[in-house]
Design a protein around this ligand. Structure first.
Ligand SMILES: *Cc1c(COP(=O)(O)O)cnc(C)c1O
Length: 378
């Protein structure tokens, strides 16, 4: 079955005559638990909830696939109250004092910050190098965890996930990929050898800029059990309404991703023709240093691109003159958004650096709007 069919079918409930196609959210804290509590799958909603189960089934199917050898594997997913709760679950279950974690120096700022502020002080050593050029391969000796993000954000650097996973496993480390930007439809970390596929599903996965959630997917049932226990103990529980909205949103992921990635490619190509733009960073451009690798390991190049204008004034003029680019952070929504990245601090980027998340609007309108906003920059 093709992805679009598989994903849409995975969001439906079991066929029962007279029942809705898709069951609604289940609102509960405790469940009826007569007799032995192990007789029921649901006891208390911090541990499990039927709406999570439905969402986890859908995400687990999306994360399942085939290795390069052709051998199939089955993944299971656990949902969390946010992407950061999902990242924290992997850090918290894997890392102990004395352990080494290798991560990209340009990894998602909050994940990096969590390790620096809360894990380094209790004796976890952080080793960092950029995503580009598989630089992390040099740092793996004695490591417990390799954390990867490809494409990196907002620099759009690409690394070879299969190559790094193999090197990490040889060194005795587990591998986690923050797969937020591509989503499992765009890239399958578990098929490339990673042990954990971690994501914020607040972005492209649900795509309407109105939900906060995340997930961790694994192949190994032992890792699943540890992450599950972590979630129950820390209480990083997703609300049933959010879980249900996510399930609805995921059904349109194939449509949204196809359209937004097509639009992003067209905009990236257009930007390279404009003299106001110093550089364009998008893995879909053949001129991008990670293009060939991205073509191998990704099915879509993603809706996010970055580009550089001359300075802060140029970037601010561009954003204020545009009628269709909503000035906002985050990415992956149906609405096209853009921001001057340097205003946040955290990432090392030039003052005129713009990160854009391309939505699903008509491409002609987007390009006309971007062209007139660039005209104003001159
Ligand atoms: C947004 C994001 C996160 C954190 O997710 P939240 O849902 O905001 O907690 C983690 N990693 C990446 C790459 C992200 O873009």
């Amino acid at each position: 079955m093709r992805d679009a069919t598989k994903i849409i079918r995975s969001t439906l409930s079991r066929t029962v005559p007279g029942e809705p196609l898709s069951a609604g959210p289940v609102f509960a804290a405790p469940y009826h638990t007569p007799g032995d509590s192990s007789d029921t799958p649901y006891t208390y909603a911090r541990s499990h909830n039927p709406t999570w189960t439905a969402l986890e089934k859908a995400i687990g199917q999306m994360e399942s696939g085939q290795f390069a050898s052709g051998e199939s594997y089955t993944a299971s997913a656990l949902v969390f109250a946010s992407g950061m709760a999902a990242c924290a679950a992997v850090f918290g279950t894997v890392l102990r004092p004395g352990d080494v974690v290798v991560l990209p120096s340009n990894a998602y700022y909050t994940a990096r910050n969590l390790l620096q502020e809360h894990f380094a002080p209790i004796g976890v050593t952080l080793r960092m190098s950029p995503t580009a050029g598989n630089a992390q391969a040099e740092l793996l000796e004695g490591a417990r965890l390799l954390w990867i993000e490809s494409p990196s954000n907002p620099g759009m650097e690409i690394c070879d996930i299969a190559l790094l996973s193999e090197a990490a496993h040889r060194a005795g480390a587990l591998v986690a990929v923050d797969n937020t930007t591509p989503t499992p439809l765009g890239q399958l970390p578990l098929a490339l050898g990673a042990d954990f596929s971690v994501a914020s599903d607040s972005k492209s996965m649900t795509g309407h800029s109105d939900l906060l959630l995340g997930h961790v997917a694994v192949r190994d049932p032992k890792l699943h059990a540890k992450i599950d226990q972590w979630r129950t103990l820390t209480g990083a529980a997703l609300g049933p309404m959010e879980a249900w909205l996510a399930l609805r949103s995921i059904a349109t992921l194939p449509l949204r991703l196809e359209r937004s990635c097509e639009n992003a490619q067209r905009i990236a190509e257009f930007l390279t023709t404009r003299k106001e733009v110093t550089s364009v960073l998008y893995p879909g451009l053949p001129s991008h240093p990670g293009h060939e690798l991205a073509k191998q390991q990704m099915r879509y190049f993603g809706p996010v691109l970055s580009f550089v204008l001359q300075d802060k004034t140029a970037a601010e003029t561009f954003l204020s003159r545009s009628m269709l680019l909503t000035d906002a952070t985050s990415f992956g929504g149906v609405t096209t958004t853009a921001e001057r990245r340097a205003k946040w601090g955290g990432d090392v980027v030039p003052d005129g650096f713009i990160r854009m998340s391309v939505g699903c609007e008509a491409i002609e309108d987007l390009i006309e709007d971007i062209a007139q906003a660039l005209d104003a920059v001159r």
